[in-house]
Design a protein. Structure first.
Length: 126
């Protein structure tokens, strides 16, 4: 045997390997409950900096977003990627470091910690 793959049967299609985003967030001061989730990505992740979000019952507002990290500087870039959502088709996952996300209101106020966010693509401002 030569070690090469046999040719694909006529009419077959190439199926790309599935890509996943695995989130493992240990309980920490930013995100006390921690989190473990897996999402199937349908696009390439990208770095983001600002979003529109409405935590809880609060009205929508703009937030600077970064990843919270246990590393020496305590932060890292936040990332966004389109993921499959069984009920909605595709949504945008926003994720950060090993301590989740840190959301800082652009208008001032306390910082909010989240493990991750699922948002519409138009919630990403920058």
């Amino acid at each position: 045997m030569s070690g090469r793959n046999p040719p694909a049967p006529a009419g077959s299609r190439f199926v790309a390997p599935r890509r996943y985003v695995n989130l493992f967030i240990e309980p920490n001061p930013n995100c006390p409950e921690g989190c473990s989730q897996r999402f199937q990505a349908v696009a390439e992740p990208r770095t983001i900096r600002r979003i529109r979000h409405s935590p809880g019952a609060a009205p929508p507002a703009e937030y600077l977003v970064d990843g919270a990290s246990s590393g020496p500087d305590g932060s890292c870039p936040a990332r966004a990627v389109s993921v499959e959502d069984s009920g909605a088709g595709a949504v945008t996952l926003i994720y950060g470091g090993d301590w989740g996300l840190r959301l800082t209101p652009c208008a001032g106020g306390p910082t909010i910690g989240e493990p991750y966010l699922l948002v519409d693509e138009d919630a990403i401002l920058e």
